[in-house]
Design a protein around this ligand. Structure first.
Ligand code: DAT
Ligand code: MG
Length: 150
């Protein structure tokens, strides 16, 4: 739906490498509406909650350490098919399999340094938005929606 929401995050390597503006810009240009944004240095406990489904994987400790190594940019984007479209804009989990033109396909090589996160389902998006933005998102009307949607 037009009001679907997804949780997108620039990971610590994306922030350190100065890719925040580029990643943000792609969602803006595509026509998604920014409804929440913050720079946050998350605790390991918070990140374990975010990646709870992966607990037990061999790479889990390394993943948490990497994600806690610096600030991340947490954001919520709203628009038509936001979850699926967000995932396709990110590219495959392993950047070596990501098509050029995707964020990972343009900026990353290693699966453990793949610079961005995007929700994989509407249900998980709702959970992640609650986890990262317990204060809620920002409500405002964006007059350009009539130029983006029929
Ligand atoms: P995605 O981030 O594409 O949703 P995921 O949820 O399966 O992928 O995994 C979360 C993150 O964990 C992923 O972005 C990078 C890391 N990861 C996944 N598989 C990995 C692996 N085999 N080795 C190292 N890191 C991995
Ligand atoms: Mg995932």
């Amino acid at each position: 739906s037009v009001s679907e929401r997804t949780y997108i995050m620039v990971k610590p390597d994306g922030v350190q490498r100065g890719l925040v503006g580029n990643i943000l810009g792609r969602f803006e240009q595509r026509g998604f509406k920014l409804i929440a944004l913050k720079l946050v240095h998350a605790t390991p406990e918070h990140l374990e909650q975010h990646y709870i489904d992966l607990k037990g994987k061999s790479f889990f400790p390394g993943l948490i350490k990497y994600m806690a190594s610096g600030p991340v940019v947490a954001m919520v984007w709203e628009g038509l098919d936001a979850v699926k479209t967000g995932r396709s804009m990110l590219g495959a989990t392993n950047p070596l399999a990501s098509a050029p033109g995707t964020i990972r396909g343009d900026f990353a090589l290693a699966v453990g340094r793949n610079i961005c996160h995007g929700s994989d389902s509407v249900e998980n998006a709702e959970k992640e938005i609650k986890l990262w933005f317990p204060e809620g998102v920002v409500q405002y009307t964006n007059d350009n929606s009539k130029w983006i949607f029929e």
